[in-house]
Ligand binder design. Sequence first.
Ligand code: DQA
Length: 214
Amino acid sequence: PYTTLFRSPHSCPPSRRCFSMRHERCIAVPLGSCPFGTHPQAACAKRARPQWHVPPSVQEGNVPMKALVINGPNLNMLGIREPGIYGSDNYETLVQICQDAADELGFDGIEVFQSNHEGAIVDRIQEAYGSIDGIVINPAAYTHTSVAILDALKAVAIPSVEVHISAVEEREDFRQVSYAGMACFARVTGEGLSGYAHALEILASHLKEKQASI
Ligand code: DQA
């Protein structure tokens, strides 16, 4: 009888919403059909939930988790590029590491995206709105220059973890600023390619905790 939508509150049609005040998951029912009275009220979503249709992926503590890994410029050159800093494994190995980690951590899906273009990265972040639950991002050189990527991450407000292959904090002064990092809740550096698996682990725990607190 009830429509249950799991999406960002901003994309939920206002005429049909009965939403969690936490602004993390929007649980929508047709206006007027909420069994617990008027809208909007957090208690409504909380108390009504057990009676609603809940998609199988969120039953019994399973959290729907779709991850997006974003890699910035020159990371496609892994294996060739400065192996003393970034190692000898190539980009395909990095993709495999992310996919294996996502399987192990129980993500429902993962996309590993790479672009050498700032605008393409901004576009991919914007497209993630409403369909991706968490982001792991290595903006590479754009880490230190791109307010546009920072703004895109802030705009979609998807939980994000920053990752760097090298220990950026021990490198040149110009690498000490991270714009994207200002929109991320955690940072992994200096762990090589396996740092991506670590970042996905941090993201998975965060998404599970977030779901448990709703
Ligand atoms: C990097 C560090 C950046 O400073 C650099 O520009 C990169 C890679 C890393 O993963 O260590 O391209 O993000």
